[in-house]
Design a binder for this molecule. Structure first.
Ligand code: SAH
Length: 185
């Protein structure tokens, strides 16, 4: 599923593109986006945990990509306050990988009260033709409810404003994650 997300994102990226990683976690997607947007592009990264910001900074430094990223140790629901005004309406891709930081104590998780406002902010930030991808996990406490809330939020979006799709593994061994993809119209 994460490979599929990258294929979808990559399709919308170009040299100089403005992008957002709404949940940097260990920084894999941040590094992926930074690499694809080139030296003139930008990735705005969000995470509420210092540990995640540090892991991401290390990963970016390893690939010499630090100067393409703007990392913020704050909630993604504050996206519109953090993004420079000129970028609002120009974001090509914004990715959410929900749940908890792998290898952490699982106490800090994304929650619908902040995830849904962040999704609204992300959709406002997008350029026409830009994409928001959301991977929601259902195996941890609160995860299934969060995934359902994301799907419900997406189902209610005005068709004139966004085209929305959903992908779900059908023969998964455990609780299956959900992928929701939103394209701004
Ligand atoms: N479940 C994924 C990884 C998700 S990481 C996997 O298996 O790979 C999710 C990240 O979201 C964590 O690092 C967590 O700290 C962060 N997070 C939690 N609430 C947040 C918020 N309001 N804004 C931004 N990041 C948040």
């Amino acid at each position: 599923m994460l490979r599929l997300v990258r294929l979808l994102l990559e399709d919308r990226l170009h040299e100089g593109a403005i992008t957002v990683d709404a949940t940097v976690g260990s920084g894999y997607d941040t590094a992926f986006l930074a690499e694809r947007v080139g030296a003139t592009g930008r990735v705005f990264g969000f995470d509420v945990q210092r540990e995640a910001i540090e892991r991401t900074r290390e990963r970016l430094a390893e690939f010499d990509l630090l100067d393409r990223a703007d990392l913020h140790e704050t909630g993604h629901q504050r996206m519109l306050e953090v993004l420079p005004h000129a970028h609002v309406g120009n974001v090509r891709a914004c990715t959410f990988n929900l749940g908890y930081l792998p290898g952490s104590d699982k106490q800090v998780i994304t929650r619908p009260e902040t995830t849904l406002p962040a999704l609204d902010a992300a959709l406002r930030s997008l350029a026409v033709g830009g994409l928001v991808t959301v991977v929601a996990y259902t195996g941890h406490p609160g995860g299934a409810e969060e995934a359902a809330a994301v799907v419900e939020w997406a189902e209610r979006l005005d068709r004139e404003r966004a085209e929305v799709g959903r992908y779900r593994p059908l023969n998964s061994a455990g609780p299956a994650p959900e992928l929701v993809v939103i394209e701004k119209q």
